[in-house]
Design a binder for this molecule. Structure first.
Ligand code: 6A9
Length: 783
């Protein structure tokens, strides 16, 4: 067989699903469970959007006209540049209730939703949306000030025609706005009801591309405005429109209820009853009840009442709600990079993954509204505690993405809507690239006896059938790491795929590790060993071993995992490979020199001269520990691998608590202030990211370990306890303060500059771990 044929086989394997029973085919994910999660706010990339968990769904959403400095802007997709002073869910239970607050330059919008399966509902039930609009707009002309324009659309991705209801432009309802039929739910109707003065205009479109609805509406309004001078939709409907947009113009304050009925037999008294149940005073009562239930469940699960004050409590609730409200459903095909030098006949440098669904939380609704593998493990630490069924459904979807090599693409860009947000260079996924298997953190919690007590018998049963089916997938996933990311010597691992020839980077990045620009060996080669990856491998083996014990499995495979977990947790071996015993710190090892810098070079290229910002190596690299203290150095501590009585533990506590090294009043720095790479740019265009800033996922892991060591007998337990209390209160104080001041959770926090939020704002992924920090709820560190 030639080399070409071998490569082709490899490529085909990379886009072939693992041959194993699918997680999502488990009985627990069918019937009631599936139907109960059919509708939801599963379009986190828009300010308010609904869809069903099905590839071709009906979708609905909200737009409005915002006013900034006297100029009009159409709001729809979450965008930082809209400069809302806040947007996000203050309550959301992941299922049938949520309440969101949006503040747009003096316009205050509250969007509440409620889902209900009534006697006469079709599949998936009915849902209602309440829009409350208030304004304190200032400095506007009378005309501008007096009217607020809201747009609500409904569209059928299957292309089915939607029928317009007949109503007067000024009727308050209840009025039938639209009706149609969808394969999965039967006939449906959308009604509007309000007690306020309003004017309704509309437009209907025929189009199969749903990712540019904003453009459609914007153009329709602009064209009509030019012709008529009014800021209205033209009241024109294209033939067999499958997209209907309703513009509701109101004077604030105003309240509008929209209700979606499925399986509806139109115009019977039953329909009127159903409408009145989901609108007006009855909706108010239901929403209040749901809010109360949400708060009670929060108290019951996170049990924070005697631990934090009431201001902090509401920030915790918002963190949970934004994580749950950010859960999306995506469907599409990832693009998998072909090996270097290969191109398809049509010029594509990629091959599509199989069409797949992903139900997942997202790190940020405005910046990264899609699934990220290692982010998801942290998200699930919060979500399984809230609703273990949702959590298993999410983890199940991820595990079904394993290919036949045991690989899962790191970043999930599924469908046109997701793709529209991603710059070219980030789209392709490389089948040789890993990402930390953090899902094991959540799965180990599920398998561990301690937490199992929290489950009802019925839940426990589902957890165990879930684990049983997951086992073979987790094994393949582990084997992928074990075979592709191993180091030169037994028991060593490193993140493969670092660029060893670039001269553009001060320190070649390791995107695969999740810690992007965190400094590693300056000159990557196969002698490298990464201490964080070794610790992830330990976590994975321990987790698989726990599941085997839980399921009472005992074949030779399990014995291998026992052996491996003993080897990886052997303290002597760990220390031999990674401990610098002079400093008492754990380090990567590799071909490294500290003497590198970026500077301008004159480069001759054919006949032209260019100036380039390139790396200069002032001293030849040599094999050694990579002497950067930071998050990577803390991994053995984070995983609880250090025996409580060891002197190394004392050293770790020294590093953590030292203000010249990692400690700040706002949380722990990602990289020591004394590191040669601290706060250094990686290229001309690449500012420091994991080179100093405070990140919440890693702080949470350190906190877990401090909590663990505070409760283990040993000479350092009281010191661990003191540091634990201080670090915990620093994190809570700073995140809460930033939220109250800016209206947002942030991607990371400045280690100086008063702990200010940085990076993406409205980062409601792992920053929402603040919920567990408040609740003092940590992952199982020991098997
Ligand atoms: C850029 C730009 C509109 C970077 O939270 C997701 C990931 C983490 O997994 C990773 O550890 N973030 C962290 O270092 C964000 C990555 C975004 C990459 C895509 C697209 C779009 O701008």
């Amino acid at each position: 067989e030639g080399e070409g044929a071998a490569t082709l086989r490899k490529v085909m394997r990379s886009v072939t699903p693992l041959s194993a029973p699918r997680m999502m085919d488990l009985p627990q994910f069918q019937s009631n469970h599936k139907e109960s999660l059919y509708w939801g706010t599963y379009r986190p990339n828009v300010y308010l959007g609904f869809r069903a968990r099905t590839p071709l769904s009906l979708i609905a959403g909200l737009m409005w006209i915002g006013l900034k400095n006297g100029q009009y802007f159409l709001r729809h997709v979450c965008q930082d540049s809209d400069e809302l002073s806040t947007f996000g869910w203050t309550a959301h239970n992941g299922r049938d209730y949520g309440r969101q607050v949006l503040v747009d330059h003096g316009l205050f919008l509250t969007t509440s939703f409620l889902k209900e399966k009534g006697e006469n509902s079709g599949y998936g039930g009915d849902w209602a949306v309440r829009l409350d609009a208030n304004s304190e707009r200032s400095g506007l002309s009378d005309a501008q000030e007096s009217t607020t324009h809201l747009f609500f659309y409904i569209a059928d991705e299957t292309g089915n025609q939607i029928t317009m209801g007949s109503y007067e432009p000024s009727s308050r309802g209840p009025v039938l706005l639209a009706s149609g039929s969808h394969e999965e739910i039967g006939d449906w109707e959308l009604h509007l009801r309000s007690e306020d003065n309003l004017e309704i205009h509309r437009a209907g479109f025929k189009s199969m591309s749903m990712h540019n609805l904003s453009d459609l509406v914007q153009q329709a309004v602009a064209t009509n405005a030019m012709q008529t001078g009014n800021l209205n939709l033209p009241d024109i409907t294209e033939d067999s429109s499958n997209i209907m947009v309703y513009q509701v113009s109101i004077k604030t304050p105003a309240q509008i209820d929209l209700v979606f009925l499925s399986g509806s037999a139109s115009k019977s008294p039953v329909t009127e009853e159903r409408i009145s149940k989901l609108t007006g005073p009855m909706l108010s009562t239901s929403l209040e009840t749901k809010q109360k239930e949400f708060e009670e469940r929060y108290d019951q699960i996170f049990n924070v009442n005697n631990k934090i004050d009431s201001r902090e409590l509401s920030v915790g609730r918002a963190a949970l709600s934004n994580l749950l409200g950010g859960v999306g459903y995506f469907y599409g095909q990832s693009k998998i990079a072909l090996p270097k030098g290969f191109t398809q006949k049509n010029g594509d440098k990629y091959i599509p993954y199989w069409p797949a669904a992903l139900y997942t939380a997202v790190p940020s609704r405005s910046f990264f509204p899609r699934g990220f593998l290692w982010d998801e493990g942290f998200h699930q630490l919060v979500i399984w505690r809230w609703d273990v069924h949702i959590s298993m459904d999410i983890i199940g979807h991820w595990l079904d993405l394993l290919n036949s090599d045991g690989w899962i693409p790191r970043e999930q860009i599924l469908g046109a809507e997701a793709l529209s947000k991603v710059p070219e260079e980030f789209v392709l996924q490389y089948p040789s690239n890993g990402n930390p298997p953090t899902l094991f953190l959540a799965i180990r919690d599920l398998a561990s006896g301690i937490h199992a007590q929290q489950f009802s018998d019925e839940e426990a049963e589902k957890v165990s059938s879930f684990l049983e089916r997951a086992y073979i997938r987790l094994n393949s996933w582990f084997q992928w790491f074990n075979s592709t990311q191993s180091g030169k010597y037994e028991g060593t691992f490193y993140w493969h795929g670092r660029d060893s020839i670039t001269r553009r980077e001060l320190n070649p990045k390791t995107l695969t590790s999740g810690l992007d620009d965190y400094p590693r060996a300056s000159h990557p080669n196969d002698e490298e060993r990464h201490v964080d990856l070794r610790c992830w491998m330990l976590l994975a083996t321990n987790c698989i071993r726990s599941i085997a014990e839980f399921l009472k499995m005992d074949s030779s495979l399990e014995k291998d995992y026992y052996k491996m977990s003993n080897q990886l947790s052997d303290f002597g071996t760990l220390n031999k490979l990674h401990l610098d015993d002079k400093i008492g710190a754990y380090f990567d090892y590799g071909n490294h020199t500290e003497k590198v810098r970026l500077r301008w070079f004159d480069v001759k290229d054919k006949d032209t001269m260019r100036r380039e910002f390139l790396r200069e190596t002032l001293q030849p690299p040599q094999l050694q520990f990579v002497p950067h203290v930071g998050y990577v150095s803390l991994f053995p501590f984070m995983m609880g691998t250090i025996p409580p009585e060891s002197w190394v533990l004392e050293k770790q506590l020294d590093l953590i608590s030292n203000t010249s090294i990692l400690w700040t009043d706002y949380g722990l720095r990602s990289l020591s202030r004394t590191s040669s790479i601290y706060m250094k740019r990686n290229t001309e265009h690449d500012p420091p990211y994991w080179r100093g800033a405070i990140w919440i996922n890693m702080n949470y892991m350190v906190l877990s370990a401090l909590h663990h060591y505070a409760h283990e007998d040993g000479p350092y337990s009281s010191r661990a306890g003191e540091l634990y209390d201080k670090l915990r209160s620093n994190l809570i104080r700073n995140i809460v303060q930033n939220y109250n001041e800016t209206g947002f959770f942030w991607e990371n926090y400045d280690q100086k500059n008063k702990g200010k939020g940085k990076g993406a704002r409205s980062f409601t992924g792992w920053t929402s771990l603040i919920v567990l920090i408040m609740a003092e709820s940590y992952p199982t560190l020991h098997r």
